[in-house]
Design a binder for this molecule. Structure first.
Ligand code: G6P
Length: 368
């Protein structure tokens, strides 16, 4: 493959840094930047107006992109979303309504379980749509319609730029669905599109946190476990952060909905446990602050990812606060993904692991 690392030490670093550009390309495909509207193909094989629900199925990082999308489809389009890990979906015999839409998210388009889920849904007479990064892939070929991510080849085994591009496509789809179903006005759509257009700029700003993250990474290298917390769309991102860290640094990590803290993970908290809290200053910020207080009271070491308002309002004695720019709530899971990826990357580099080819993992899991 004619892809090189450029000036980067690893493909993963290069791919993290490419995100402002590739997300911008991807957005340009799904947005009409003159009219400030979403833009989807005219000949969609399904109609958002008549759908009762969407079933999303995917694996790994693509699954977490789907989980963020559930929040968007339900909020913008009042369209219920079932989301499953493909290896569960393919066997759980979920009842599917006639005329339903099944949506598959896959970077490679070759993941065995995702493909099996697709074939099951096809047999059940569902409309099949896929978000893929490889347009010649099996999943792409077997779909009624594809929504490509324009991330370019992703070489690092741990997915980064494919994830943010998947989110970019999914948010455009959810806005288009909201508009088609009459839940978003023209003005709502315009505001949301304005927010999406800002992603590349905010993402570039987020990358400037790298020196701070690199210093912080050293303190993580002593941890045997790390907990990630978030609410709303930051919750799937918390799980994605934990996945990234365990994949490439081999440090055990778990992502949890912040509100679930009391139902288990709080028992783990002591002075040795870093707790990464992803908390942009949004309408549920205060709830996350009380979870942080619970962590702080038990000596947990908090790393807070927030914005200037959140940093001020948190009034918490954090080990480190990573301050991102203030931005519209819709785009936070996309922009906050970058510091989350950088943290895993720098911990792994510090640990000396094989970042691009972590042990036991494959880029594309084509067998069950
Ligand atoms: C493997 C990769 C992950 C990826 C997952 C799903 O586990 O290591 O990075 O998220 O497969 O792959 P897909 O190609 O279907 O997105």
């Amino acid at each position: 493959l004619l892809v090189d690392k450029g000036n980067f030490r690893h493909f993963m670093a290069k791919e993290i840094h490419e995100q402002p550009e590739v997300v911008s390309h991807t957005l340009a495909r799904y947005l009409d930047l003159n009219a400030m509207k979403t833009r989807l193909p005219d000949d969609l094989p399904f109609d958002f107006r008549t759908l009762n629900r969407i079933a999303i199925s995917a694996c790994g990082t693509a699954f977490y992109a789907g989980l963020v999308a559930k929040y968007w489809f339900e909020r913008f389009a009042r369209l219920p979303v079932d989301i499953d890990i493909a290896s569960e979906f393919r066997y759980r015999e979920m009842p599917l309504e006639p005329n339903g839409l099944s949506l598959f998210v896959s970077q490679s388009g070759e993941t065995a379980d995702t493909l099996a889920s697709l074939r099951y849904c096809k047999q059940e007479g569902q409309h099949i749509a896929a978000i893929v990064n490889v347009e010649e892939s099996t999943i792409a070929r077997e779909s009624d319609v594809i929504f490509p991510t324009l991330a370019g080849p992703e070489i690092g085994v741990a997915s980064t730029k494919a994830f943010t591009c998947q989110l970019a496509v999914l948010t455009a789809l959810a806005i288009a669905a909201g508009r088609a179903r009459g839940h978003l006005s023209e003005e709502d759509e315009r505001k949301l599109v304005e927010a999406l257009v800002e992603i590349p700029r905010f993402a570039a700003q987020a990358l400037r946190l790298e020196p701070q993250i690199e210093r912080l990474a050293k303190t993580f290298s002593h941890a045997s476990d790390v907990l990630y917390l978030g609410r709303g769309t930051s919750y799937p991102l918390a799980m994605e952060g934990a996945l990234k860290l365990k994949e490439i640094s081999y440090i055990h990590a778990e992502g949890y909905a912040a509100g679930e803290l009391k139902h288990g993970p709080i028992a783990l908290i002591d002075e040795t446990l870093p707790v990464v809290v992803i908390a942009p200053y949004d309408r549920i910020f205060d709830k996350t602050v009380s979870n942080m207080q619970e962590v702080a009271a038990r000596g947990g070491r908090i790393v807070l990812m927030t914005d200037p308002k959140g940093a001020e309002a948190a009034s918490i004695d954090a080990l480190e606060t990573l301050v991102l720019p203030d931005m519209p709530a819709t785009i936070t899971p996309i922009v906050y993904a970058l510091p989350v990826q950088l943290l895993a990357y720098h911990v792994a580099v510090f640990m000396g692991t094989d970042v691009d080819q972590p042990r036991n993992l494959a880029k594309s899991v084509t067998v069950e």
